[in-house]
Design a protein. Structure first.
Length: 123
């Protein structure tokens, strides 16, 4: 499958070229297994996410709950838009949408609403 390998390399190069312009922020706690799993996926994609430790920060947790409607971590934002938690991140990957988001491609509003609606959170 040489074509698949070339395609994968093309996506990796595309992501690398956009790495400086696509901002990924993940709110987490260090002991959360869902946070580690989400971080592993982002790292496998070569994404250097900004990690925000939520341990003991009730004010920031209240803000996050207000913004996302979720009480759990991780909560992942790509270019300022809430993508949800670990399950949602892996769902985006399974549906072939994550690479485009990480590359800075916009998602149609109706489709984004479907992504956000699946936001169940974890840990």
């Amino acid at each position: 499958m040489p074509g698949a390998t070339r395609r994968h390399m093309g996506i990796a190069q595309m992501l690398a070229s956009r790495a400086m312009t696509t901002r990924v922020v993940m709110y987490e706690t260090p002991r959360c297994p869902y946070c580690r799993r989400a971080r592993a996926l982002l790292e496998a994609k070569g994404v250097a996410a900004e990690i925000v430790d939520m341990t003991g920060d009730s004010e920031r947790r209240a803000w996050l709950r207000q913004v996302t409607g979720q009480r759990t971590v991780p909560q992942i934002f790509i270019d300022g838009r809430s993508m949800g938690g670990c399950d949602e991140l892996y769902d985006l990957e399974a549906r072939g949408k994550l690479d485009g988001l990480l590359a800075g491609k916009s998602v149609p509003t109706a489709e984004f609403a479907g992504i956000a609606a699946g936001n169940s959170g974890q840990g």
